[in-house]
Design a protein around this ligand. Structure first.
Ligand SMILES: [Zn+2]
Length: 417
C-alpha cells in the first residue's frame, strides 16, 4: 500500500540541515512515492506543553486492539530532531500519572502533569471496571520507575472504594506522588545534580460540559476544586481544560487563583475572543494547538492573544490541522504518512495521528496569522523571512513556557539577556 502525501512537494522548500537518519536512496519502497521528510529548522527550540503520551495510539493500539507495534521512542526522536526541546505529557487520572511517570522517568526532556481530567472526574469517585476483566481497574504493575514502591501502599484499596472515601484517598495518592517528586528534586539539588523533577504542573483539570455523559457538573466541580490544594501546597502552576463551561470555570478560577503560584494555562483554547479576554484578564496563559486553528474566528482570536501569554502545544494524538481548517493553507511542513495499520517508519508519521513533530505546523500557522500585515502579506515573504519570523515567535513562546513552568530557569535566562 502506498502512503498518501498530504500536500504537493513544491510546498516543501528545504530548510536548514538535511535529516541524517536515513539517506533518500535507502528509504523503504513504502516512502518512495512520498514527500521528503522536512529537515529540521535552524535555531528553533520549542516546548510542547501538552501531548497525551499515555494514549493507546502511541502503543500501536486502536480502540483497544493492537494495530501495529508501538512506536513511542521513534515518534519522540522525530520530534527532538525537528526542534522540540522538551515535552510535557498530559496525565488526566491517577492511572495516567503512574503510566506517565514511567514513560518520563528516564528521559530528561519529558515531564508530566498530575491531576484529574474533567471527563475522568468520575474515576476519582467511582471505581472503573477494567475493560477486559470486568473487575475494578488495578494499579498493580504500574508503579513508576525509581519511586518508592511502598509509597502507594496505603491507597491499595482505592479500587474497591467509592464516593468521598475514594476521592479523599485518590487525592492523597496524587499528593504522595507529588511529595515524592519534590523530594527527588530536593535530593538532586542537594547533591549538586540537575533538578530531577518530573511533575511540572497540577492538571489536566478543569470543567468540560461537552462531555457530561462521562461525569455530572457537580462531580466535575468538586474534583476541580481539589486541585487548588495541590497547586498551593507544591507551588506548581495549573494545566487547565475548559470546554463549554466558561462561567463556572471563571468563577472557580477567580475564587482560587490567588492560591496558584505563577498561574496556569488554559490549554487547547478554542473559545471566542470574549472568553479569551476574560482568561487573559486573570493573567492566564492560553495554549494553542491544531484545534485552535479551525475556523476564521479561531484564527482571529489566536491573532489577538497577547504575545507574552501565548503557549503552543500539539495535544497529540489529537487536534490535527485538517485540510478543512481555516489555517491549513498556511502550513509549510508536510510530513510523509503511513496508514495507521501499516508498519511505522522513522521518516514517516502515522496518518491522522498528531505527534511531537507537529509542533512545526502549529508554529507555522500561528506565525503566519500573527504577522502584523496579516497572513496574505506573510505568504508573500521569502522563505528566509518566514524562517526568521518563526524563529522569533518560537523564541518568545519558549521564554513564556519557562516563565510558567520553570521560573528558576526563566530567571537565569532573563538575567543572562
Ligand atoms: Zn484538554
Amino acid at each position: 500500500m502506498s502512503c498518501r502525501p498530504c500536500g504537493p512537494a513544491s510546498d516543501q522548500p528545504p530548510r536548514g540541515r538535511t535529516h541524517s537518519t536515513q539517506a533518500p536512496d535507502q528509504a523503504s519502497p513504502l516512502l518512495r512515492s512520498s514527500l521528503p521528510f522536512p529537515p529540521a529548522k535552524q535555531g528553533i527550540k520549542m516546548i510542547d506543553i501538552g501531548i497525551n503520551l499515555c494514549d493507546q495510539q502511541y502503543r500501536g493500539m486502536n480502540r483497544g486492539r493492537q494495530q501495529r507495534p508501538g512506536d513511542l521512542p521513534v515518534m519522540l526522536q522525530r520530534g527532538w530532531d525537528a526542534g522540540v526541546d522538551r515535552a510535557y505529557a498530559t496525565a488526566g487520572s491517577l492511572r495516567d500519572l503512574l503510566t506517565s511517570l514511567r514513560i518520563c522517568v528516564d528521559e530528561p526532556r519529558l515531564m508530566t502533569t498530575a491531576g484529574v481530567h474533567p471527563s475522568s472526574s468520575k474515576d476519582a469517585v467511582a471505581a472503573r471496571p477494567d475493560m477486559r476483566s470486568g473487575k475494578p481497574e488495578t494499579y498493580e504493575g504500574l508503579f513508576p520507575g525509581h519511586y518508592d514502591v511502598s509509597l502507594l501502599a496505603p491507597y491499595a484499596r482505592i479500587e474497591q472504594e467509592s464516593g468521598h472515601a475514594r476521592m479523599n484517598n485518590y487525592f492523597r495518592a496524587l499528593d504522595a506522588l507529588l511529595a515524592a517528586d519534590q523530594e527527588q528534586m530536593a535530593h538532586s539539588l542537594a547533591n549538586g545534580l540537575p533538578a530531577h523533577r518530573k511533575i511540572i504542573a497540577v492538571g489536566e483539570c478543569g470543567l468540560d460540559y461537552d462531555r457530561l455523559r462521562h461525569t455530572t457538573k457537580n462531580i466535575q466541580k468538586d474534583v476541580f476544586m481539589r486541585h487548588f490544594d495541590l497547586s498551593e501546597k507544591y507551588r506548581l502552576p495549573m494545566f487547565l481544560h475548559s470546554r463549554n463551561s466558561c462561567d463556572d470555570f471563571l468563577s472557580i478560577m477567580k475564587q482560587n487563583l490567588h492560591r496558584v503560584p505563577g498561574g496556569g494555562v488554559v490549554h487547547s483554547f478554542t473559545g471566542s475572543w470574549e472568553e479569551a479576554k476574560q482568561l487573559i484578564e486573570l493573567g492566564l496563559f492560553l495554549g494553542v494547538n491544531g484545534c485552535s486553528l479551525k475556523t476564521e474566528d479561531n484564527l482571529q482570536t489566536v491573532r489577538r492573544i497577547p504575545l507574552e501569554l501565548l503557549l503552543l502545544e500539539t495535544d497529540g494524538p489529537w487536534c490535527m490541522i485538517r485540510r478543512s481548517h481555516a489555517g491549513y493553507h498556511l502550513i509549510r511542513s508536510h510530513y510523509p504518512q503511513t496508514r495507521p495499520e501499516s508498519a511505522t517508519h522513522p521518516l514517516s508519521v502515522v496518518r491522522d495521528r498528531v505527534e511531537l513533530v507537529h509542533m512545526n505546523p502549529v508554529l507555522e500557522v500561528v506565525t503566519a496569522i500573527r504577522h502584523p500585515d496579516g497572513p496574505e502579506a506573510y505568504q508573500l515573504l521569502s522563505d528566509e523571512e518566514k524562517d526568521a519570523a518563526e524563529r522569533a515567535l518560537a523564541h518568545q513562546v519558549f521564554l513564556n513556557t519557562l516563565r510558567l513552568f520553570h521560573p528558576e530557569e526563566y530567571a537565569t535566562h532573563a538575567s543572562a539577556q
